[in-house]
Design a protein. Structure first.
Length: 151
């Protein structure tokens, strides 16, 4: 799942829940639930995809959309806005564990997946271009939830 969808989910959790500790934990766990759903991606796990311009462009766009979400929360400051920002980060944060692979691939150094990386790869059983349908649907639903909560 894209970082944007993880962040939207985390922000929704943060806006809705009052208990910060519970919200942060659920936001973090939501990452793995979303990754288990069919979603957009390459069914190829090769290094050429990670080095591609398309992958880098998508990564930058995804990060910018996450920043826009946080900016909206900061500007509008709905109830629990700070918790929403924290939960957005926590929901997207497991993808930061892939940073080591990204760097090592670009440095042409071998990468050895950790136990967590192997688990994350295992649960992402369906990453294909057609998964964009799930991504768009999820994003629309999360945006509807957020907009209804912050009214």
């Amino acid at each position: 799942m894209t970082a944007t969808n993880h962040a939207l989910t985390g922000a929704s959790i943060g806006l809705i829940m009052g208990d910060a500790a519970m919200a942060v934990a659920i936001a973090f766990l939501s990452h793995y639930v979303l990754d288990a759903l069919p979603h957009f991606g390459s069914n190829s796990n090769d290094q050429d995809w990670i080095k591609s311009k398309k992958f880098k462009t998508m990564l930058i766009a995804d990060a910018l959309l996450c920043l826009v979400l946080v900016a909206v929360m900061v500007i509008l400051q709905p109830h629990n806005w700070f918790l929403a920002c924290l939960c957005a980060f926590m929901a997207a944060s497991p993808d930061l564990f892939w940073l080591n692979r990204f760097i090592r691939v670009h440095l042409k150094k071998p990468w050895q997946p950790s136990l967590l990386s192997r688990f994350a790869s295992f649960i992402q059983w369906f990453q294909r271009p057609i998964g964009v349908v799930v991504e768009i649907t999820w994003a629309a639903a999360a945006i509807i939830v957020i907009s209804n909560v912050i009214k």
